[in-house]
Design a protein around this ligand. Structure first.
Ligand code: FES
Ligand code: FES
Length: 164
């Protein structure tokens, strides 16, 4: 149970929607998203910045939400995996993962999707090497990474062909 004397109101935006909830200063942003806001698409693996499962975008920059306190996200714009789909339709990155079998258990997937979302937003040229560099911040215990790289390359090729 939170200790009442330390509880703070935290207001932030997630996927374009404003939320206010109460938490202790020690609450991680990952826990705040999952337990206060019930946005459980953000996963928690190692809880010390290694696995990448908890990656979200904060004001457009990918961050480990396990390494950040929720109070530090006050007033920030957060993007999580729940915001990627367009209505009931997977976005192009999600579709590529589906088509290329870029996930198995899916535990790492939301973090990887958020990192790749940032990659495609901030770059206009893509390569297998830079995709592999970006993915080096994530641990996937199932896929062997090849199918994830293939999915990212599909999106890269589609963007470079002007299809997105
Ligand atoms: Fe945050 Fe592993 S849970 S990096
Ligand atoms: Fe299982 Fe990556 S799909 S850990």
């Amino acid at each position: 149970m939170p200790t009442a004397e330390y509880i703070q109101n935290i207001t932030l935006s997630v996927n374009g929607e404003s939320y206010t909830s109460q938490a202790e200063p020690r609450t991680s942003l990952a826990d705040f998203l999952r337990y206060n806001l019930e946005l459980t698409g953000t996963h928690i693996g190692c809880e010390h910045g290694v696995c990448g499962a908890c990656t979200v975008l904060i004001d457009g920059n990918s961050m480990r939400s396990c390494l950040m306190f929720a109070v530090q996200a006050e007033g920030k714009e957060i993007a999580t995996v729940e915001g990627l789909a367009e209505g009931n339709q997977l976005n192009s990155l999600q579709k590529a993962f589906w088509e290329r079998h870029g996930l198995q258990c899916g535990f790492c997937t939301s973090g990887i999707l958020m990192t790749l979302t940032e990659y495609f937003e901030i770059n206009s040229e893509y390569s297998e090497k830079t995709i592999r560099d970006v993915l080096s911040g994530h641990i996937c215990r199932c896929t062997g990474y090849e199918s994830i790289v293939a999915a990212a390359l599909d999106v890269a090729n589609s963007k470079e062909a002007g299809n997105e």
